[in-house]
Design a protein around this ligand. Structure first.
Ligand code: PHE
Length: 453
């Protein structure tokens, strides 16, 4: 265990299922169920989906392979791993971008997780009693514009994180993920079938899958890239950190594919729940970050036993958020343990404390601080935009360059085949993407969105 800050041997996941459940648990979260539908909704549907899938499989999969290779070979968090694999102190320092990104994301992620707790509470307390998206939009508005309630749930969420995290990697994280992730998948399937049977559901399906290529512009492409990074948990070192707890025989390539497929499946299922309902009930797909909190209750309201379904859904969403949040917090904790020799307990306290401070600003972005704007954005929107559209892609670029160019010769092949024991089909494709396709695509998207090309 690393409980004493990496001085003893490093913690490892106990089982193969544990590896899959924790990494998929990191990837599958609010990004799939809350962020994906609103991103696709505001970016015009099918065209966004096409770009998104491109980024997941052509850029995302190779990047996870690279993060896994870097993390497992170095057995350190992001800064230490960057330093070790590149052999340069500077790269280690630059790796701090990942720690910073994780902090900023956790600032707003905790707030949205707090919203799911409020909705779980309201489902049980009978507070979700309206029937239209507009009414739920008003209800959400009155909740989120308050000061006390959003903050209370946010801080409670951070405290729960703390208690899972201090128990350490395998005891705390693995157990929760193993049970809850399969259950989440099941309930998503049930609800998507239900939504697809609504009158007018087909309009929603068309909105999602029928690409109108004339809608593709730089904001759609940048948004899709950011969403792919966010959803797969890449570009901030969470996969590096988790891979540092893998054993020598974990199959990196296969684990990566399982993550990419599960993550995409959950995002699409979530869209198939939301959009048929939006079109069937005459709502609006472009509601933004509040979309799922407006649409889901309208669905639950109309089905028999809706209260129980609603409670179950928000409970599972909360767990999905928790397993993702844990992987984000782990980046900072591992950094503090590895680099400063802190005890796990102290590191967890420091990390969660910093997150709590940032999350207050985000929680108030809909209420007391709604008019406090930086570059025309509230703190919540600013953190979301800066992380997904700038910091994660920049860090992803570094991961690509490190895995593809700066590591020692044969590094990727060795890691992806477990030292030659596996066949390693696809290694050259991963290498090709890391060396050429990822850097080119990321830089092009940046330049284009800045108006340079
Ligand atoms: N992938 C997570 C989600 O979809 C969020 C996340 C991002 C987790 C980055 C870890 C690191 O909700």
């Amino acid at each position: 265990m690393t409980d004493k800050g990496g001085k003893t041997s490093r913690a490892q996941f106990a089982t193969k299922l544990g590896v899959i459940a924790t990494t998929v648990g990191s990837a599958v979260g609010l990004g799939n169920i809350w962020r994906f539908p609103y991103e696709i909704g505001t970016h015009g549907g099918g065209a966004f989906l096409v770009c998104y899938l491109f980024f997941i499989f052509v850029i995302g999969v190779p990047l996870i392979c690279s993060e896994f290779s870097i993390g497992r070979s170095a057995r350190k968090g992001i800064t230490g791993a960057f330093r070790e694999v590149s052999g340069s102190r500077w790269m280690g320092k630059i790796g701090f971008i990942g720690v910073l990104t994780a902090l900023l994301i956790m600032g707003f992620y905790s707030v949205v997780s707090g919203w799911t707790m409020e909705y779980l509470f309201q489902s049980v307390a009978g507070g979700l009693k309206y029937s239209t998206q507009a009414e739920y939009a008003a209800q959400f508005d009155s909740f989120s514009s308050g000061a006390f309630r959003p903050l209370f749930w946010t801080l409670l969420f951070i405290a729960i994180n703390y208690f899972v995290l201090v128990r350490g990697v395998e005891k705390g994280i693995e157990k929760v993920s193993n049970i809850m992730m399969p259950l989440l998948l099941l309930i998503l399937i049930v609800f998507s079938v239900h939504s697809l049977m609504m009158p007018g559901a087909w309009e929603g399906v068309k909105f999602m899958f029928k690409p109108d290529f004339s809608k593709i512009n730089s904001s759609v492409v940048l948004g899709a890239m950011g969403q792919a990074f966010f959803s797969l948990s890449i570009g901030m070192g969470s996969m590096i950190t988790y891979a540092s707890y893998f054993s020598a025989d974990t199959k990196l390539g296969r684990t990566t594919l399982v993550i990419a497929v599960c993550d995409t499946l959950v995002a699409i299922l979530s869209g198939l729940i939301i959009f048929p309902a939006v079109f069937s009930y005459g709502g609006t797909p472009a509601a933004g970050p509040t979309l799922v909190f407006e649409v889901l209750p309208t669905i639950f309201h109309r089905i028999p036993g809706g209260m129980i379904w609603s409670a179950l859904f928000f409970l599972l969403l909360f767990i999905a958020a928790l397993t993702s949040a844990i992987s984000m917090s782990e980046i900072g904790i591992s950094y503090l343990c590895d680099e400063f020799g802190m005890s796990r307990k102290k590191a967890t306290l420091v990390a969660q404390g910093a997150i709590a401070v940032l999350s207050v600003l985000c929680a108030f972005s809909f209420g007391p601080l709604a008019d406090f704007k930086i570059f025309g954005m509230t703190v919540f929107d600013l953190f979301d935009y800066v992380t997904a559209s700038i910091l994660m892609p920049v860090c992803g670029l570094l991961v690509a360059i490190l895995g593809g160019w700066l590591s020692r010769k044969g590094f990727l092949a060795d890691e992806l085949t477990n030292g030659g024991g596996l066949r390693g089909r696809g290694v050259s494709l991963v290498q090709l993407s890391l060396r050429w396709i990822c850097p080119t695509a990321i830089v092009l998207v940046f330049l284009h969105s800045m108006g340079v090309i």
